[in-house]
Design a protein. Structure first.
Length: 166
C-alpha cells in the first residue's frame, strides 16, 4: 500500500539527484533535483528544451513499495504543467508522466529562467493563467537514469518562507 511521506518518515528529504534523459524531444537533457523538505522540491535543468530553468515547487512524496526503494514525487507548476516522477533508487531510474499545455509544449524557450527572479515568476504565472477554463493537455512520458545521489542542495538555491509557491 502506498504511503504518503511526511517530515518524520521521508528518506528523500535532503537528497540531491542528478539524472539524465537520453532523448527528450531530441535533446540529451541533464537535470538535478533536491528534496529540500517534506513539501518542497528544488530543481534546475542543464540541458534539453528548458535548459537554464531553475525553480521550486510544492511537492507530494509517496513511497510505493515497502520492499523496494520506489517513490512517487509529484507537483504542479505555475505554467500548468503537471509532473509525476516514479523514482526507483535501487535501479537508479526515473519513469515519469508530464502534462503540458499546448503553448508550453510548443514554445519551450519562453518557459526558461529563474523562478527566484520576480519578473520571471510573474511571466510564468501569466503563462499559466487559464481563467479557470478547461485546457487541452499534451501528455508526455519520460525515462531517465539517475547518475548521482548525494546529500544536500549541491549548487541549488534553497527556497525560503519568503519565496511563494504560486
Amino acid at each position: 500500500m502506498p504511503t504518503f511521506l511526511t517530515a518524520s518518515n521521508n528518506p528523500l528529504i535532503n537528497k540531491h539527484f542528478v539524472y539524465e534523459f537520453d532523448n527528450l524531444e531530441g535533446y540529451k537533457a541533464r537535470y538535478e533535483a533536491w528534496c529540500q523538505s517534506e513539501d518542497t522540491i528544488v530543481y534546475k535543468m542543464h540541458g534539453g528544451p528548458f535548459k537554464g530553468r531553475s525553480a521550486y515547487q510544492k511537492a507530494f512524496y509517496q513511497k510505493l513499495s515497502d520492499e523496494d526503494e520506489i517513490y512517487l514525487v509529484s507537483w504542479i507548476e505555475e505554467v500548468g504543467t503537471s509532473v509525476s516522477l516514479c523514482m526507483n533508487l535501487k535501479e537508479k531510474t526515473i519513469t515519469g508522466f508530464l502534462s503540458f499545455s499546448p503553448g508550453h509544449y510548443r514554445n519551450w524557450e519562453v518557459f526558461r529562467g529563474d523562478k527566484w527572479d520576480p519578473e520571471t515568476l510573474d511571466h510564468w504565472r501569466k503563462l499559466g493563467d487559464f481563467d479557470n477554463k478547461p485546457v487541452h493537455r499534451i501528455p508526455y512520458k519520460v525515462y531517465a537514469r539517475i547518475v548521482e545521489i548525494t546529500e544536500g542542495p549541491g549548487d541549488l538555491k534553497a527556497r525560503t518562507e519568503a519565496d511563494p509557491f504560486f
